[in-house]
Each structure stands twice: as C-alpha cells, then as structure tokens.
Design a protein around this ligand. Structure first.
Ligand code: TYD
Length: 191
C-alpha cells in the first residue's frame, strides 16, 4: 500500500508522517518512508533551486517539473521493491505536488506517467495565514498570495482525485488522530 500526505508548506506533513510511521510500526506493520524532493543528487539540486527567487516564476516551472519528475522516477524502483516485500510505503508529497505547484495538468500527468499513483492520499488543508506563521519564509513558495492559490488548487485536486481532506489548523494530536481514523479500517483495526 502506497500512502501519500500532501499539503502546502507549513501544513505539518513532516511532523505527521513521523507520527504516522511510529503508529504503523506500533501496530506491527513494516514501513518504508520517503519524501519528495528526495535525497538523490537531483533532489539536492531541486532544494537549492527552490531557494532562488526564480522558483515562483511561471516560465521556470517547466524546468522544475522536469527535475521533479526525474527525481521521482529515481524513487520508483525502491518503492516497488518495498511494496513487493510487503511494506507500507508512506511519502511526504508525490506527483500531486507537481500538479499543484507546477500547474499544467496534462503535461504534468504525461511526464509523470511512469510514477506510481498513491493508493491513498491525505490532504492536510490549512489556512494560509497559519501556514505563513508556521513556515520560516526561506523558500520563495512561501508568501500569502502564492499559498492562497496553492490551497485552492489542492482542494480542487482533492475533489477530482478523491483525496481525504483533514483540517490541519487543528492541533498535532487531533490531526494525527484524524489520519489514524482514515487509515485504521484499511488495516482492519479499530482505534
Ligand atoms: P517541502 O515538503 O516543503 O520540503 P521541506 O519541508 O524540506 O522544505 O517541499 C519543498 C518544496 O518543493 C515545496 O515548496 C513544494 C515544492 N514541490 C514542488 O514544487 N513540486 C513537486 O513536485 C514537489 C514534490 C515539491
């Protein structure tokens, strides 16, 4: 099973994925955890590029999208092997982030056609002012107008693709509980 947490910068994905990993292990499952951008050389380059003022420019999105797709493909073999070994794969972001941030639905889908689609995607939906307060303002993707557009695009995608949506303005424990509530029936357990 391939589970993805999505959401704008500051939505708490990394905290929640750590809590999710711990819980899955507690209930006896084997877990393979990944994140995008990855730790590959392409992923490192991406993290550097995301700090540049160009990062939000329209015509730079093609370059970013191609690099994100390449970085993602490097992951696919490991994800396939983990799944074959019976592990639950959990990821902080997937190709849906490219659909939202790089913003060209058909082309993004095409260049990511070899990327595995998650079985379950959970969107951590957050108010933009809370997001801004939570993030440190280092990446250029972190400003109010931009985040507002990202939030809208996520909600539209969630509707079209059937994501679960959680209110991430709530406290960390409540959000974790909501995630467990969504996932526990998939593993046949009660919480
Ligand atoms: P993020 O999850 O915020 O990583 P970190 O917590 O280490 O900063 O992801 C970094 C940024 O990458 C984020 O602003 C969204 C962006 N991004 C895209 O624009 N497209 C993509 O396909 C992915 C995976 C991420």
């Amino acid at each position: 099973m391939y589970i993805c947490l999505e959401g704008m910068d500051g939505s708490g994905k990394s905290t929640q994925i750590t809590m999710l990993e711990r819980w899955l292990r507690e209930i006896g499952l084997q877990v393979f955890r990944v994140r995008e951008p990855t730790g590959s050389e392409v992923g490192k380059l991406l993290r550097k590029m995301l700090k540049s003022p160009q990062a939000t420019e329209e015509n730079f999105q093609v370059t970013l999208a191609l690099l994100f797709a390449a970085d993602r493909m490097i992951l696919m073999k490991d994800i396939g092997q983990a799944e074959s070994a019976g592990k639950i794969v959990i990821t902080d972001r997937c190709f849906y982030s490219s659909m939202v941030y790089q913003n060209d639905d058909d082309w993004i889908s095409n260049i990511n056609k070899h990327a595995k689609r998650p079985d379950i995607t959970i969107l951590l939906d957050l108010d933009t002012d809370t997001a801004l307060k939570r993030c440190e303002g280092q990446d250029h993707f972190e400003n109010q107008v931009f985040l507002g557009k990202i939030k809208e695009k996520y909600l539209k995608l969630a509707y079209n693709e059937g994501f679960y949506v959680i209110n991430a303005n709530n406290g960390v424990n409540k959000v974790h509980h909501d995630i467990k509530r969504i996932l526990s029936p998939k593993f046949g357990i009660c919480i």
